[in-house]
Design a protein around this ligand. Structure first.
Ligand SMILES: [Ca+2]
Ligand SMILES: [Ca+2]
Length: 244
């Protein structure tokens, strides 16, 4: 389904050429190590899909964010490779209202999903670790009356929905840094294409200037869809992976 978001319009940094003005720019770098590397080794390319939106960091540096607050679209990213270990970090969020946890005018529980593949062999799978930042609604029975497994209802909820926030303020400036201690984070849960509603081709014609990709045309390699425990109720998740 098409989840119309609040109109957040962001920029794929790579598309604007911002990569090459970053501190990880290859411009001006020169060393014997670099000279031994092929261009393919020095620049990592990748494709990220998020329902609805992502922000991607490598080793603590923001590399890119999703082009639009919509599912069913993938975007390319690229960044200068680093020697040794590297920490991939992604904030991914479903289109959930911050107060009710619902969408579509508070008539639906939306679902999330994240998938990424990179040319250095890094892929999303259960080796990643994730933490839920926003969860809800927690009182779905009251929030959606007479519905045991709600996705969409015809009318807005009759009573208040409860959404929980889990300590993001304490880690908002550190969770994506390489040295951040994520030992208490849980393994990402893998999901199938059917579970995430995979297979809907986006309408991209009028948005090609944003560099949007039809995910059906991408080689996703060995990557898996990941999220935290619930695609429905974990609405904002933080995920990390350390490439050794
Ligand atoms: Ca969604
Ligand atoms: Ca949701």
């Amino acid at each position: 389904m098409k989840h119309r978001g609040p109109g957040v319009l962001a920029i794929v940094l790579l598309a604007s050429g911002a990569l090459f003005s970053s501190s990880r720019s290859l411009v001006g770098r020169s060393s014997a190590h670099d000279a031994e590397q092929s261009p393919e080794d020095r620049i990592v390319t990748g494709t990220i899909y998020a329902d609805n939106f992502y922000v991607f960091y490598l080793n603590g540096e923001k590399i890119a964010e999703d082009a639009r607050f919509l599912p069913h679209e993938a975007t390319r990213v690229a960044f200068a490779n680093v020697s040794g270990s590297a920490v991939y970090a992604v904030l991914a969020r479903d289109n959930a209202d911050p107060v009710t946890g619902l969408e579509y005018g508070d008539r639906c529980v939306g679902d999330g999903g994240l998938r990424a593949v990179f040319s250095d062999g890094t892929v999303t799978n259960a080796d990643w670790k994730c933490k839920t930042y926003m969860y809800g609604p927690t009182n779905v029975d009251e929030c959606f009356r007479n519905s045991s497994v709600p996705t969409c209802k015809g009318e807005p909820p009759q009573s208040g929905c409860i959404v929980e926030y889990h300590g993001y303020e304490d880690i908002k400036d550190s969770w994506y840094l390489p040295e951040f201690d994520d030992t208490d984070w849980l393994p990402a849960r893998e999901f199938t294409a059917e579970e995430v509603g995979w297979g809907v081709s986006p309408s991209l014609d009028e948005h090609k200037h944003l560099g949007l990709l039809d995910p059906q045309t991408v080689d996703w390699g060995q990557s898996r869809f990941i999220w935290r425990e619930s695609l429905l109720y974990d609405n904002i998740v933080l995920c990390r992976y350390r490439r050794m």
